[in-house]
Design a protein around this ligand. Structure first.
Ligand SMILES: Nc1ncnc2c1ncn2[C@@H]1O[C@H](COP(=O)(O)OP(=O)(O)OP(=O)(O)O)[C@@H](O)[C@H]1O
Ligand SMILES: [Mg+2]
Length: 358
């Protein structure tokens, strides 16, 4: 099964009135402050959250359904619905949600799923939901059956599947969406978990906040590509070498840097150095995800690091579809020159417009 996304469309979510992106193996997104780049990043997290069963929490953490619905002037008879669509080579998934119907009770910020549809490549319905009712077609079955369990109105039916063996195609689509990975801003202040030793387990996927960085780097050394790891560090910080101290299951990160006799601990490293190490761990994951999205990976990195970062992104894009949202013209140029599809966002009349530029 190919999980390659051919089309992503989002409507009525924050500034994204109606934005459609046809991504490549590698996609670069640029645009001025406030153009809607992070909104697009969040829209993608929403599709993954729908599959994970965390859509309501994701929306409420952002301020709730009334806040995330497009705040512009709606047409008089238009239904206030947020709609998201993901189309891959093998299936397409769409979901529409809006405000909960009255009486809303205490959960007035929750989304309320109105419609959901999963089709195979031939356009046959595998799952259809209208409000509280869903129908599914089991593999090989001629007719569809009513979904046997009661659906939570604030979550996608996709995340509430109980019998994956009967509906393997639905289960695959759910698993693909749920495995999308997102990285945006690694906290590096003094209290950040990145700076402290952490209990470590085998970590093929770096946590979104990078808290398990040392364990993730050790995992790359053991079951990933240790040569690529050493090279990525040396290219960014010539002569530097990683050292991981592991005692009683506690993982601590150190970096030997050229010109110093002792190694520096994570507590002592610069913000940019730590962030770069997080990006290295994310991009060299020994278990690549179908889709990897980086929002402003250039943040607080010196311009000299754009070349090694671009190299890591290009290497990752051989195994995952990668989206990079960036303010670095240099990074964007390096990636588009290497064949990335590129979109520039701008705001027009309160709505984000996405224009393909390369
Ligand atoms: N519900 C909404 N309806 C319409 N527009 C919204 C809504 N919520 C937020 N916005 C708009 O989205 C804009 C923010 O967009 P976003 O955070 O995606 O910008 P960005 O391109 O990531 O900018 P930056 O480069 O500064 O990070 C805000 O300026 C605001 O005008
Ligand atoms: Mg942003």
């Amino acid at each position: 099964m190919s999980a390659l996304i051919r089309r992503f469309r989002i409507r009525n979510y924050r500034s994204l009135r109606d934005v459609e992106i046809a991504p490549g193996a590698l996609t670069v997104v640029t645009g001025a402050n406030g153009a809607g780049k992070s909104n697009l990043y969040r829209a993608l997290t929403l599709a993954a959250a729908a599959a994970r069963g965390t859509m309501a929490a994701t929306i409420v953490e952002e301020g709730g359904m009334p806040s995330v619905l497009w705040a512009g002037a709606w047409k008089r008879d238009e239904r206030r619905r947020l709609e998201v669509e993901v189309e891959t080579d093998d299936w397409s998934f769409s979901l529409a949600c809006g405000l909960p119907p009255p009486p809303q009770g205490a959960f007035e910020l929750d989304p309320h799923v109105k419609m959901e549809r999963l089709c195979d490549a031939g356009g046959h319905l595998l799952l259809e939901r209208k409000g509280p009712t869903a129908w599914m077609t089991a593999r090989g079955a001629r007719s569809r059956t009513t979904y046997p369990a009661e659906l939570e109105p604030q979550e996608a039916a996709l995340s509430q599947l109980r019998e994956p063996h009967l509906y393997p195609d639905v289960a695959v689509a759910q698993a693909v969406l749920a495995r999308w990975r997102f990285y945006h801003h690694f906290r590096t202040d003094g209290g950040s978990p990145l700076r402290l030793p952490q209990v470590g387990t085998r970590t093929p996927v770096l946590a979104a906040d990078g808290r398990d960085l040392a364990a993730a780097l050790q995992t790359i050394r053991e079951i990933g590509d240790p040569a690529a790891l050493a090279q990525a560090i040396d290219q960014a910080f010539p002569g530097a070498r990683l050292a991981l101290d592991i005692q009683d299951g506690q993982f601590a990160l150190f970096l030997h840097q050229a010109g110093f006799k002792r190694a520096f601990s994570a507590r002592e490293l610069s913000d940019g150095t730590l962030r770069y190490l997080c990006l290295v761990a994310a991009l060299l994951s020994p278990r690549p995800s179908p889709l990897l999205i980086l929002n402003e990976p250039d943040q607080s990195l010196h311009p000299d690091l754009m070349a090694p970062l671009a190299g890591l992104v290009l290497a990752a894009s051989r195994f995952s579809q990668v989206w990079v949202i960036t303010h670095s013209a240099d990074l964007a140029r390096r990636l588009t020159r290497a064949g990335a599809t590129s979109f520039d966002l701008r705001i027009e009349a309160g709505a984000t417009i996405a224009e393909e530029t390369a």
